[in-house]
Write a protein that binds this ligand. Structure first.
Ligand code: NG6
Ligand code: CA
Length: 480
């Protein structure tokens, strides 16, 4: 499973990008199945990753929201997970890359083994960053232990207050190599202002521009050392999430901004990784699933010219909204299945969700184990049918909507639609919205008033799947 962070539906050339070329990801899309209606479960990271690994709708768990770096493990260790069921079927399992599903039980001592974490929910091995590249602690964690930690320089992390005498983006703006736009003004780590405060751990801090190489090397080594037996590798890359820190080789290469450059870097890494599978003679024995955890955002809190230098590139690929949005660009993402010699190249319009990978893979490896919300669409993933899901509930920062066939229904929600800081319409209106996505991909024509029959049908299905209390816990956010 190759998973990118905040890569939009239109960010790669096989999905229509013309201003940027992503030949390696395109090779998967063109040599496998390119899904045009592939969804992350949510428009933000943590809930999508939760759904991917557990096969459960994230809105069933009220804690499945963007987590700070100090959050406890979100997945209960008894819970079903994709790596767990594969493990039972004899697979070796590993994660390399972004975790962002919480660690420990509440109060974490980063200087001792941090547990429970990925290793307690099904992964034999883990090499991760705890949360995001913009959140502390900015260190790699291998099987629960911070890599390269000097015991004489212990790590402390706090998301509420700073440690005495430690410099922040507010107190020492002159130390910044990247400026913050909103949020991201706590600790400065290697010139970059982050979310949260961190003290100590100097020798363990990652080098941002090396992260792509670092994770790639770990993923490649895993393949080389585990290829003799079945394995499941979850390679969770950090691009193009903020802070965008391309390796010097990629700086300026896209002609856009660091956002474009890191997409090229990610594409390169995918190519190198596939090359490894080939060189190790296992490409034809490997099912590769490629996707992204949520839709695109240009300004996610740093000044990095993403908006200024976007030119003609449309990361949303003609969809409306973006990251954080209940409009399509929030959750509809590049979604590719590739299996050399097994899957015939094709484009599929079937509705599929990352949550369905669990039940589908279970079927592939001959187990009946599953999870409540995961739907077995193995034949869709293998290109044997164009039939996918009939209904799907999508989620964006607590708000939910229903995709059913060609239709999308978004219930009325209080709050404001335009989230100014990030420049994205989140899809919030005080009235019902109904769109025919086949005829109106960009969600421009609200048919709620003109097609009352469809509206009531959609409402009914939505309530039956989501429950009457779908408004509960939804914050009325008024964006300034
Ligand atoms: C937000 C951050 C954003 C990003 C996001 C998580 C601010 C103002 N914004 O809170 O920069 O980190 O969380 O992104 O702090 S995700 O892809 O992991 O969901
Ligand atoms: Ca994300």
């Amino acid at each position: 499973m190759i998973y990118l962070d905040d890569l939009g539906y239109g960010d790669i050339s096989s999905y229509g990008a013309t201003e940027i070329q992503t030949p390696n990801i395109d090779a998967l899309a063109n040599g496998g199945i390119k899904f045009t209606n592939g969804y992350a479960s949510s428009a933000t990271c943590t809930p999508s990753r939760y759904a991917l690994l557990t096969g459960m709708y994230p809105w069933r768990n009220k804690k499945a929201k963007i987590l700070p770096g100090t959050a406890p493990l979100l997945i209960v260790t008894e819970q079903q997970t994709l790596p767990k069921l594969l493990k039972k079927q004899g697979y070796q399992t590993a994660i390399v890359g972004k975790w962002h599903l919480g660690l420990g039980t509440g109060i974490v001592n980063w200087n001792e083994k941090v547990t429970p974490g990925p290793n307690e929910v099904g992964f034999d091995q883990s090499y991760i960053m705890a949360a995001t590249q913009d959140r502390v602690p900015t260190v790699y964690i291998k099987d629960g232990n911070v890599v390269g930690l000097d015991k004489n320089d212990p790590i402390e992390v706090n998301y509420k207050e700073n440690f005495e005498g430690e410099l922040t983006a507010i107190s020492n703006p002159e130390l910044l190599t990247m400026k913050w736009h909103h949020g991201h003004n706590s600790s400065i780590v290697k010139g970059i202002p982050r979310i949260g405060y961190m003290k100590g751990g100097e020798s363990a801090k990652w080098t941002d521009t090396e992260m792509a190489n670092h994770f790639l090397e770990k993923a490649q080594n895993y393949v080389k050392t585990h290829k003799e037996n079945p394995f499941f590798l979850y390679y969770a890359m950090q691009q193009p999430h903020v802070p965008r820190t391309p390796h010097p080789r990629f700086v300026g290469k896209s002609g856009m901004s660091p956002r474009g450059d890191v997409i090229l870097e990610a594409d390169w890494a995918v190519g190198e990784f596939i090359k490894t599978l080939k060189d190790e003679w296992i490409l034809e024995n490997t099912l590769i699933i490629f996707s992204s955890d949520n839709g695109p955002v240009l300004n996610d809190g740093y000044y990095d010219d993403a908006i200024e230098k976007i030119g003609k590139h449309d990361p949303k690929g003609g969809l409306r909204g973006g990251k954080y949005s209940i409009f399509e660009a929030g959750t509809r993402v590049p979604f590719i299945t590739y299996w050399k010699g097994k899957i015939k190249p094709q484009v599929s319009d079937a509705i599929v969700c990352q949550m369905d990978i669990l039940a589908s893979i279970a079927t592939l490896v001959d187990t009946k184990e599953t999870s409540t919300d995961s739907k077995n669409v193995l034949n869709t993933f293998l290109g044997k049918t164009e039939k996918g899901r009939e209904n799907l509930i999508i989620e964006a920062t607590g708000k939910t909507a229903l995709r059913s066939g060609d239709w999308l229904y978004i219930p009325a929600y209080k709050g404001t639609n335009f989230r100014k800081a990030v420049g994205i319409e989140v899809g919030n209106f005080p009235f019902d919205q109904l769109y025919n996505l086949k005829e109106d991909k960009a969600q421009q024509n609200n048919l709620a008033k003109s097609n009352l029959k469809k509206l009531s049908e959609m409402k009914q299905t939505f309530i039956s799947l989501r429950g009457e209390d779908y408004q509960k816990g939804v914050k009325e956010v008024v964006f300034k």
